[in-house]
Design a protein around this ligand. Structure first.
Ligand code: SAM
Length: 434
């Protein structure tokens, strides 16, 4: 058996051997025993309990509860060694394998119908090397992306069917093209800046990772393909979750229950930085009878891409830079979804200062649709996004205290109420001028 001395973690830190005080003696048994065995019985019970409710009621909330418990069960059951291998080997290779599949349009070839397809058939359909493709297919199977039906034979899954649509599959080239290198550069960037919170979005991990001096959105202007993928990703990532426009979240009807009433010529909602117009399309689908104009504002290239979609004529598209004075005055509501999280506080204040004069006192509302990080039990999607924000935008997902401090630092603006549906879903921060 190996003694504790031989198990010393012999760490290196950028070429420097760690000082003895930093060395830890690790018993191998810890690394190969489950992480948190005491939690396992309770988690199994919870899964079975929610499982029954889900099977009888097909309830979405129960589904997410099972998922949370199942993830917690994996973390409790797996050993530190297994967790380490999952983090270090499987995540990057899974991502690479899916991006290769997307580039080859493999998911379309596989998902056309129910019939299982051989690796050779799929190689022919995608014009790829059979040997390379066979290895990719095996990893996609091992990671639960597609189903194996026999030796070198595969069947489609819900995931592979969804990946036929660029709206979903563009997430992968998008992340490679303009996000992930910034995240991977975050450790070096923080080390180089002595772990100071990033505040300059033109000199953060993004510029280090992508070897550029440009701001994220300026890089997108130079790379229309990445911009297209990013806009598609934005239009798809929050699909299927509770939205503030759903009944029981925010009282949408109060937007028109106002005196004087909103007429067809008045502006009901301005979606600032609204990307491809997806939120207003959803709003119009869910509230078709509300009167008033619906306007999406974004940068010229994004508006041009949105025009290609031939949106419902009710949705007006407008080129607008939110670092300039808001041109639509006195709308019933202005809406910012996942916009302020892209910017550090100083830039957010500028955006809000350019907007506030357009709001009519006692009438206009500002609706900020963003994550409000809770003090405990933050959801992994939100914390992932927070680190992406730190790396690529020198910005942050904000806590309630940070939102209050930011909004109240803008003259004449205050928060009326923060509406929250459930964990991991953006809240609606209702603001007004006073
Ligand atoms: C993270 S995306 C959010 C898009 C959309 N609101 C959503 O939630 O899906 C941020 C949006 O801000 C837009 N944007 C960035 N800088 C802008 C500017 N200076 N003026 C107007 N829009 C801008 C981007 O083009 C992008 O569509």
């Amino acid at each position: 058996m190996t003694g504790p001395e031989e198990e010393t973690v012999n760490g290196h830190d950028n070429g420097h051997i760690r000082k003895p005080s930093q060395e830890a003696f690790v018993d191998s048994n810890v690394a190969i025993a489950p992480n948190d065995p005491e939690e396992v019985p309770a988690l199994l019970k919870r899964i079975s309990l929610h499982g029954e409710a889900y099977l009888t009621e097909n309830d979405e909330l129960e589904r997410t509860r099972i998922l949370d418990s199942a993830r917690a069960l994996v973390y409790a059951l797996e050993t530190p060694r297994e967790a380490m291998i999952r983090h270090c080997w499987s995540q990057s290779t899974l991502y690479a394998a899916i991006e290769i599949a997307v580039n080859l349009d493999l998911f379309t070839a596989l998902s056309r119908d129910e019939t299982p397809k051989s690796a050779a058939e799929l190689a022919l359909a995608t014009g790829s090397n059979p040997g390379v493709l066979a290895r990719i297919l095996k990893h996609l199977t091992a990671m639960g992306v597609i189903k194996e039906t026999g030796p070198d034979e595969y069947r489609r899954t819900g995931f592979s069917i969804a990946m036929q649509s660029p709206r979903y599959s563009d997430a992968y080239p998008c992340m490679t093209g303009c996000i992930t290198a910034g995240v991977l550069a975050l450790p070096a960037q923080l080390k180089a800046t002595n772990y100071a919170p990033p505040v300059d979005s033109t000199a953060c991990a993004f510029q280090r990772g992508f070897d550029t001096e440009l701001h994220f959105f300026d890089l997108l202007k130079q790379h229309p393909q990445h911009a297209r993928e990013f806009n598609n990703h934005m239009s798809a990532y929050h699909q299927g979750r509770p939205s503030w426009m759903d009944l029981g979240f925010y009282p949408v009807h109060t937007l028109v229950e106002v005196s004087p009433p909103v007429t067809a010529d008045d502006v009901l909602l301005v979606d600032i930085g609204g990307g491809m117009g997806h939120d207003l399309v959803e709003f119009h689908r869910k509230w078709p009878d509300l009167s008033g104009r619906l306007i999406v504002q974004d940068l010229p290239a994004v508006v041009a891409q949105a025009r290609e979609l031939n949106l419902n004529p009710k949705i007006e598209l407008m080129e607008y830079d939110f670092f300039e004075e808001q041109v639509i005055k006195g709308a019933r509501a202005y809406y910012l979804h996942s916009v302020l999280h892209d910017w550090p506080d100083t830039s957010c204040r500028l955006i809000l200062q350019h907007l506030v004069p357009a709001l009519r006192k006692g009438y206009s509302k500002l609706l900020i649709n963003e994550n409000v990080i809770p003090s405990t039990n933050a959801y992994w999607e939100t914390t992932s996004l927070d680190l992406i924000m730190m790396a690529d935008f020198a910005s942050t997902e904000r806590t309630e205290a940070q939102w209050r401090a930011l909004v109240e630092s803008v003259d004449g603006l205050r928060i009326v109420k923060i509406w929250t549906a459930r964990r991991g879903v953006e809240s609606l921060i209702e603001c007004e001028v006073f």
